[in-house]
Write a protein that binds this ligand. Sequence first.
Ligand SMILES: C[S@@+](CC[C@H](N)C(=O)[O-])C[C@H]1O[C@@H](n2cnc3c(N)ncnc32)[C@H](O)[C@@H]1O
Length: 311
Amino acid sequence: MPEQYPERAKGQEAHHVPVMLQEAVDALAVRPDGVYVDCTFGGGGHSAEILRRLGPDGRLLVFDQDEDARLNLPEDPRMVFIPENFRHIGRFLRFDHAIPVDGILADLGVSSHQFDEAARGFSTRFEAPLDMRMDKRQSQTAATLLASLDEKALHLLLERYGEVTNARTLAHTLTEYQQSVPLKTIRQLKEAAAPVVKGNPHKYFAQVFQALRIAVNDELGALEALLEQVPSLLKPGGRIAVITFHSLEDRIVKQFFRYGSLDAPETDDIYGTRRESPLKVITRKPLLPSAEETARNPRARSAKLRVGEKI
Ligand SMILES: C[S@@+](CC[C@H](N)C(=O)[O-])C[C@H]1O[C@@H](n2cnc3c(N)ncnc32)[C@H](O)[C@@H]1O
């Protein structure tokens, strides 16, 4: 299921409603004098709740690769904003003399602020350039990505990241189209794909856009890079909480918490011993949002929260 966003009228101001707010911050078991990291500051909802639970000596370091997130920063001397990709978490925490930390939170994907800003190109509802970058300093956009991929690579991307049912056909159609006209705008993409859209067009394009967005921002690569550093950043007993919005992300988090490695074997090694994970799994099954929350906030529908603890 692609990430879900509420339909809004054009121009209507977006307010990001934090997903699984209490559950995620409860999972961190915030200590008043602890040091915490919010890897995905966004609209600052989770950070505000962490700050509420921190005492005057607590610290909160927040990352967001989107400079615009700065607009949502509260004035709070306990907080530091790091406008960078969380894949570099270790380097920046070291620079801030913040290691080891008591807890790390990541609430993945894009925020409603980004999604509802037409010019960012994340939403199928607007006419805008095919951009989709969370970090506007990055050179690759959805348009340059589409121009650079061959048919096979595009097919795999649409299938893997979007679970687009007719990924092969769509990749062929888009590649043919691009022989004469480069795909630069959302309208062009929709026009090019129109003859092969399957099922509900809104859902179909949500899947296509999800696939492109994941690739443009290398979302899975950033998540993997973050997770690999987590054990060396947390204090013993420190917690990591991750909210994911699709199965590819969830699988990576589940596997990492279980084995402490991204490439862990499913079976025991040749000596019959299982690789020791530096993390204890706190959530054997992912926590899901309540029915009340999903009714109130459609974006919460696909959310899963997993929590690990440094041993
Ligand atoms: C779902 S929103 C977070 C919302 C936030 N928890 C709140 O309560 O408002 C995700 C945010 O993380 C940022 N983000 C996503 N991936 C990132 C990455 N790899 N590095 C830094 N920031 C990232 C996005 O720019 C976006 O603002």
